[in-house]
Design a protein around this ligand. Structure first.
Ligand SMILES: O=C1O[C@H](COP(=O)(O)O)[C@@H](O)[C@H](O)[C@H]1O
Length: 247
């Protein structure tokens, strides 16, 4: 496990999601008090959908100063924003629209542009947002694929070796598709990074990333080692089931 990292294991996904929603509330209060706003990079795929729905529910919507929250994406599939595969679409439907988040608070990747240009413009949008401040998201929310990818850092892709701080396009052979992803050096600048991983299908990936031999090419999520931020893993028992005893 990386420095400053904590493992939180809950009996069920529901408990993990509730505690993570509480942590989101706490981090948003901390950030808005310190810097007047809360910058979040969202993960996509299927796992965070329930978290987003929970944050938009009656229980949580009143506990966050949503007008101070700014949303980015850790990665995006190279599809139109209306496509069922779009990470932006999932977040918009599950949380951003139900909460009535203003468009000026949401920074989506422009997938109408060619992939390299979309990545370049996204890098620029991030740089402009942070301006003179350090390019550090307050919260970097990450998922973990069963092949140990995170964001769109897929096994055996050139972006794993990208040393720039920004967004990059990457062609993912196994998907036969482009993705736009934040690079590892940018991901690792975040103040707080949280992996949300649950379900038995993720157990092997969790074991490889947290307890396996270091092999970035095979297990790209091992690249996540925040430079000075905190790293938290929110797991359920099923996802944690192959970790060594005592973890
Ligand atoms: O493709 C993606 O996959 C990962 C993991 O998603 P999940 O569906 O297995 O939860 C996700 O973190 C990433 O944002 C997404 O684009």
């Amino acid at each position: 496990m990386a420095r400053n990292s904590s493992l939180h294991i809950f009996p069920t996904p529901a408990e993990s999601l509730n505690r993570l929603a509480d942590f989101f509330v706490e981090l948003s209060a901390r950030a808005t008090q310190a810097r007047g706003r809360f910058s979040v990079a969202l993960s996509g795929g299927s796992s965070p959908k329930k978290l987003y729905e929970l944050l938009a529910s009656e229980e949580y919507r009143t506990r966050v100063a949503w007008e101070k929250v700014f949303f980015f994406f850790g990665d995006e599939r190279y599809v139109p924003p209306t496509d069922a595969e779009s990470n932006y679409r999932m977040a918009r439907e599950a949380m951003l629209e139900p909460l009535g988040i203003a468009p000026a608070q949401v920074f989506a990747v422009d997938t109408a542009l060619p992939p390299a240009e979309a990545a370049r413009q996204y890098t620029q949008a991030i740089e402009q947002f942070f301006g003179q401040e350090e390019t550090r998201f307050d919260l970097m929310l990450l998922g973990l694929g069963d092949n140990s990818h995170t964001a769109s850092l897929f096994p055996h892709t050139p972006v794993l070796h990208d040393a720039t701080v920004g967004a990059r396009e990457v062609f993912v052979e196994e998907k036969q598709a482009y993705r736009i992803t934040l690079t590892a050096p940018l991901l690792n600048l975040a103040r707080t990074t949280v992996f949300l991983v649950y379900g038995p299908d993720k157990a092997a990936a969790v074991q490889h990333v947290l307890a396996g031999e270091r092999n970035i090419e095979e297990y790209p999520a091992q690249l996540i080692a925040p430079i000075s931020g905190e790293l938290h893993w929110f797991l359920d028992e099923a996802a944690a089931s192959r970790l060594p005893p005592g973890r």
